[in-house]
Design a protein around this ligand. Structure first.
Ligand SMILES: [Fe+2]
Ligand SMILES: [Fe+2]
Length: 279
């Protein structure tokens, strides 16, 4: 089945009619399904959709890659426009209290979890479907569920935490997942932040679909703090997978994006806000 991706929010914009905002939101259209994949931070993605003639009322369900505000904060805006009950798939860990310790703020913990109370979102029509395992939204669209960490070069940033009671512990990102579409030419893997690693995520997508070929990978790759070794290992894994196209967004970081661009040439693109792709 063919798939159309419209990027409703990214850190950067590639279209004068789309505002940029730190985060990610991609509308995934495949057959009868119109899936809202992540929602960006508050105030960006839903407004971009409306401004560009994309009616939120067409959305058939929503899915969240993980609990960070830059992927969940826009859900409230969409629900206010959709004005009916809508299924929202996510891992139960997405509701945890998430924090970051920024290099420029010393030991201070900054809250970066979901910004709206669960009850407030449910009052607006969200029906949360909490799943740890893969979920098939249709015959061709699957959410990966928890991503096993198998290779030796991808790791989780050590400045991200969850708070239980008064205690902060490193965030292991059990909630981190991707959305995968089976097309005739291979898998299209749509990432959120890929906190557990884009290669681990793609390997998991292959395993759970039984499809080996990756047609494209699009979205946040979380290489923003990666060293040269990890970037090189990532490129060689992508190359081995026979990747067709790679469109990076959000938490990729310029050094990794430049390395991808240099290596993949015209197979590479920036997946900024306003970008529309069909596979
Ligand atoms: Fe994140
Ligand atoms: Fe993010």
């Amino acid at each position: 089945m063919a798939v159309k991706l419209t990027t409703l929010c990214d850190n950067l914009s590639g279209n004068i009619n789309f505002a940029a905002g730190w985060g990610l939101s991609i509308l995934v259209e495949c057959g009868k399904e119109v899936v809202l994949w992540d929602t960006g931070p508050p105030g960006i993605a839903a407004e971009n959709a409306v401004r560009n003639g994309i009616s939120p009322g067409r959305i058939t369900c929503a899915a969240v890659s993980h609990g960070h505000v830059d992927h969940t904060g826009g859900l409230h805006d969409f629900l206010r426009l959709i004005r009916k009950e809508i299924d929202v798939y996510l891992h139960p860990g997405a509701f945890e209290e998430k924090y970051v310790q920024r290099p420029d703020s010393g030991a201070r913990m900054n809250y970066i979890g979901m910004p709206h109370r669960r009850e407030a979102l449910e009052d607006l029509g969200a029906v949360f479907l909490e799943r740890k395992e893969p979920v098939w939204i249709s015959d061709d669209i699957v959410l990966t569920g928890e991503v096993p960490m198998k290779n030796d070069f991808e790791s989780i940033d050590d400045n991200l935490f969850v708070k239980h009671g008064d205690e902060f512990t490193p965030d292991r990102f059990a909630d981190d997942q991707a959305l995968v579409v089976k097309t005739e030419k291979g898998l299209v893997v749509v990432l959120g932040c890929a906190h557990r690693g884009m290669v681990n995520t793609m390997d998991h997508a292959r395993e759970l679909t039984g499809v080996d070929k990756i047609r494209a990978v699009v979205g946040g790759t979380h290489l923003v703090r990666a060293d040269q070794h990890r970037i090189e290992e990532t490129i060689s894994s992508l190359e081995k997978s026979g990747i067709g196209q790679i469109g990076v967004s959000h938490c990729t970081g310029m050094p990794a994006a430049m390395a991808f661009a240099a290596h993949f040439g015209d197979r590479f693109f920036f997946n900024f806000a306003g970008k529309v792709t069909e596979f």
